[in-house]
Design a protein around this ligand. Structure first.
Ligand SMILES: Nc1ncnc2c1ncn2[C@@H]1O[C@H](COP(=O)(O)OP(=O)(O)OP(=O)(O)O)[C@@H](O)[C@H]1O
Ligand SMILES: O=P(O)(O)OC[C@H]1O[C@](O)(CO)[C@@H](O)[C@@H]1O
Ligand SMILES: [Mg+2]
Length: 531
């Protein structure tokens, strides 16, 4: 890349060698994630780093990993220049964009850089946007901001919407997207492009990309979608095409790893408050009232955990990661009975994926899957409501009054709240900057509060889950005062594993920021940064 773009008057315009937006850094020994600004072919880094760099491999299909002293590992983002020689570059149109030139320091603070050259001429760009998987607040905001960023920052005027998810590439016509078309879509829930599950046919999709002359593909979706994006990228690279594949991580479940959180998650947690409040009002208005709320979370209980912590009215939160049992000492029924005797009412929040193993035991397991291969869940809310009613009618100790609220689709079909709107905007703008700079095969994400580009293979290797040995879950337990539903034996075994260190590598860290630091104890590195 060529020289860093800086207004001439900038105090640090002396950093005039080559440049880059942001990359993804992992210090492998401690599993720390951060990002850093690149100057030239070497990272700009604190002077305490005396690092020698070595590319692990020249095979373009392998991850670009650069290692150095003290366990330093940089996992670099794929770039056109990895597999296409002699590409033309163009001046970055942002140089002439008044929005980026009004303040001296723009772009050239050590924390903050952009490339002077981009890999697309504005007229040459034919971009497309697709949304896949379940709905999520903020989808329309991301679509809008990609269109706006391309038009207004880079002068790109050809942006197509793919209709109805991955299968829309080969089964539907495209939709022309202009700033006028998308102007107020962020105020609506859902996605104006439509979405779907299944229908991922890699060759048909890449054929369609080639046939339509598309050279920037923006793919918005959850973990399944990012896997789909990854194989599209591999195929595009195999064919040697100058086509960017950029992912934007979406899911209310927050089950995408590495990133701090996915957009739409905050809105979902906020919307869940309305259901929890209703459950609480209903429960406390009657004798022995129980308000039961089922929230989404197929494999990860983040929405349930954060909605519970936010509400403070919840007496018990059940998530897929924390097994529980119903009968006997320390079981759920005993706890409910105790709560009702002490407080006269209680509120239970249950994630849809919780207790599925118990349901399978008591009902005939169907093992069905949706079109994308996700497990179709049985309704744990209805099942547990019936179980609680049956228990109290057997016990004959008290008459209960249970209200079951299922707001699951209501919390993901709403427009995004203010914070998700801002977050979605940053993700979209960042994806466009990366694409114009010639990066590809990446997901745009916030890591430790910084915008980064994360190679697909890191996003798709596992799912983000609540770590029940982590502090956030401990905070929840101390807020609800619910039992841990672990037997003495489990606790002893768990402690032994922690002491022997066997679990450490296995446990994914909770990805949330906690006063600037990660809940897993990883400190944010303030000295290295990205755009
Ligand atoms: N392993 C995979 N390889 C290729 N494509 C995939 C893969 N997994 C899922 N997909 C495709 O990605 C799209 C969305 O996947 P899925 O339905 O799992 O939703 P998601 O992106 O995980 O979002 P969410 O879980 O938040 O609803 C589907 O069209 C599906 O066919
Ligand atoms: O009914 P659908 O549209 O398949 O979606 C349900 C799933 O989608 C999610 O909301 C993820 O997007 C899960 O929490 C839920 O299990
Ligand atoms: Mg998913």
């Amino acid at each position: 890349m060529d020289s860093i773009f800086a207004p001439k008057s900038s105090s640090i315009s002396s950093l005039s060698s080559s440049a880059l937006l942001s990359r993804f850094l992992e210090a492998s020994s401690s599993r720390k994630f951060s990002s850093l600004t690149f100057i030239g072919s070497r990272p700009f880094r604190p002077s305490s780093y005396s690092t020698t760099f070595a590319m692990a491999s020249n095979d373009v299909s392998k991850p670009k990993i650069i290692t150095g002293d003290f366990g330093y590992v940089l996992e670099d983002v794929p770039h056109f220049t990895d597999y296409i020689p002699d590409l033309s570059t163009y001046s970055n149109p942002l140089q002439d964009n008044p929005a980026f030139c009004v303040v001296k320091q723009y772009f050239v603070h050590v924390d903050d850089s952009v490339p002077q050259k981009v890999y697309f001429d504005s007229d040459e760009v034919h971009a497309c946007i697709v949304t896949c998987g379940g709905l999520c607040p903020g989808l329309n905001t991301v679509i809008r901001e990609i269109v706006y960023s391309l038009y207004h920052m880079y002068g790109v005027t050809t942006v197509l919407g793919i209709d109805g998810g991955y299968r829309g590439f080969y089964a539907r016509n495209t939709i022309a997207l202009t700033p006028k078309v998308v102007n107020d879509i962020h105020k609506r829930g859902g996605t104006i492009l439509g979405t779907s599950r299944g229908g991922h046919d890699t060759s048909k999709i890449v054929d369609s990309i080639q046939d339509r002359g598309i050279n920037q593909v923006y793919i918005i979706g959850g973990d399944g979608t990012q896997k789909g994006a990854s194989v599209i990228f591999e195929e595009i690279r195999r064919r040697g095409l100058k086509v960017v594949v950029a992912g934007i991580p979406k899911t209310i479940d927050n089950d995408i790893p590495v990133i701090d959180k996915s957009f739409g998650f905050d809105t979902a947690v906020e919307e869940a408050q309305r259901a929890i409040n209703a459950a609480h009002v209903e429960a406390e208005s009657v004798e022995n009232g129980i308000g039961l709320v089922k929230l989404m979370g197929r494999y990860s209980g983040f929405i349930a955990m954060y909605a519970t912590l936010a509400s403070r009215d919840v007496d018990c939160c059940l998530i897929p990661e924390s097994p529980f049992y119903l009968d006997g000492k320390g079981g759920l029924f005993e706890y409910i009975e105790k709560q009702l005797k002490e407080n006269g009412h209680m509120v239970i929040v249950i994630a849809e994926g919780a207790g599925q193993e118990l349901l399978s035991e008591s009902m005939q397991s169907r093992n069905q899957q949706d079109a994308s291969g996700n497990k179709l869940l049985q309704d744990v809310g209805l099942w547990i409501s019936q179980g609680i009613k049956d228990y109290f009618s057997r016990q004959k100790t008290m008459a209960i009054n249970l209200k079951y609220i299922d707001p699951t689709y209501m919390i993901r079909a709403v427009p995004s709240n203010a914070s998700d709107n801002v977050y979605s905007t940053l993700l979209a703008q960042s994806a466009v900057h990366g694409a114009m700079a010639g990066y590809t095969g990446f997901t745009s994400g916030l890591v430790n509060g910084r915008q980064t580009y994360i190679p697909f293979y890191r996003i798709i290797e596992k799912q983000n889950k609540v770590v029940i040995t982590d502090r956030m879950w401990a905070r929840l337990l101390s807020s609800t005062n619910q039992p841990s539903f672990m037997s003495d034996k489990d606790v002893i075994e768990d402690k032994t594993e922690c002491i022997s260190g066997e679990k450490k590598e296995e446990d994914p860290a909770t990805q949330f920021l906690d006063n600037g630091n990660r809940a897993d104890g990883v400190l944010e590195n303030k000295e290295v940064s990205s755009v």
